[in-house]
Design a protein around this ligand. Structure first.
Ligand code: IPD
Ligand code: CA
Length: 267
């Protein structure tokens, strides 16, 4: 990965580059495990933990005393500083497990509840989506801007589908029914972080999901905002991290898109 002017983004990139090297080696190994009866899930859990450990060590070395919120390791308190890292070592674990190259490392830096920098890195495509508050959103060296589509019938949306053991099946079906009726399609690619990064990049016009965690969305929320898009919870407020739900879209479609979802949820 390249170096950029923002020092915290540079720290994230250095840590992610190191973790990604190991992750890609593990992803290559997986091909040998697909045929086993039990499947490679134990191996993937180990890869997840290894990746997180590298990120934890590298970020901790670069910014001693900052706290952590991590998918695997949970909360680790720092020395009382207001800064914390929010980390998902492999977002898109199910894809990783099945040998599908659509997953990412997601790292956000939050200070007093405000997300200041974020990085979402897909190591297979070498795509580093990064943003810093007030400094815009970028894909590698290129500045990002959300899509300019204004018509729902031409818009492409992403979402996540709850599965066995997760709540929200009924509400998901209601919202999907409403979106499929008026849009040009819905994708379920399997990484919330990349879904948000793709909204920032104008690849998707919008994204919604319920039942996700702070590490799935912290970096992505900043990316969408810095690319000129809007992000809210399902009621239009800003409690995405607390409620575990998100609506993200380009600036023109966020209004009609969220009204459509709210109407579907009331039905
Ligand atoms: C999952 C992915 C998926 C979303 C799930 C998440 P994981 O994260 O982001 O797209 O639908 O809700 O849990 O398990 O791959 O880190
Ligand atoms: Ca995740």
């Amino acid at each position: 990965m390249r170096t950029v002017r923002n020092p915290v983004v540079n720290v994230m990139m250095t840590a992610a580059t190191k973790a990604a090297r190991r992750m890609i080696r593990d992803f290559g190994e997986l091909e040998n495990l697909q045929v086993s009866k039990k499947g490679p899930s134990d191996f993937v859990s180990a890869a997840d933990l290894r990746t997180e450990k590298i990120l934890f060590e590298e970020l901790g070395k670069a910014r001693p005393g900052w706290s952590f919120l991590m998918e695997e390791g949970g909360r680790v308190d720092g020395d009382g500083s207001d800064d914390r890292w929010i980390i998902d070592p492999i977002d898109g674990t199910t894809n990783f497990l099945h040998g599908i190259p659509h997953f990412a490392i997601s790292i956000a830096h939050e200070r007093n509840g405000e997300i200041l920098e974020g990085l979402i890195y897909n190591p297979v495509y070498d795509e580093a989506f990064w943003a810093a508050k007030g400094e815009g959103a970028h894909l590698n060296d290129r500045r990002l801007r959300v899509s300019g589509r204004t018509d729902m019938s031409q818009a492409l949306f992403a979402t996540g589908i709850p599965y066995q053991g997760r709540p929200g099946h009924d509400t998901f079906l209601k919202t999907a029914e409403a979106v499929m009726a008026v849009s040009s399609g819905i994708r379920r690619m399997g990484s919330a972080a990349l879904d948000l990064a793709y909204v920032a990049a104008g690849r998707y016009d919008g994204y919604w999901e319920e039942g996700i965690k702070p590490w799935d969305m912290a970096a992505g929320i900043l990316l969408v905002r810095e690319a000129g898009g809007y992000v809210s919870d399902l009621k239009g407020g800003s409690a995405m991290l607390d409620k575990g739900e998100v609506i993200a879209a380009n600036d023109r479609l966020h209004g009609p898109f969220s009204r459509l979802l709210q109407q579907a949820l009331r039905a």
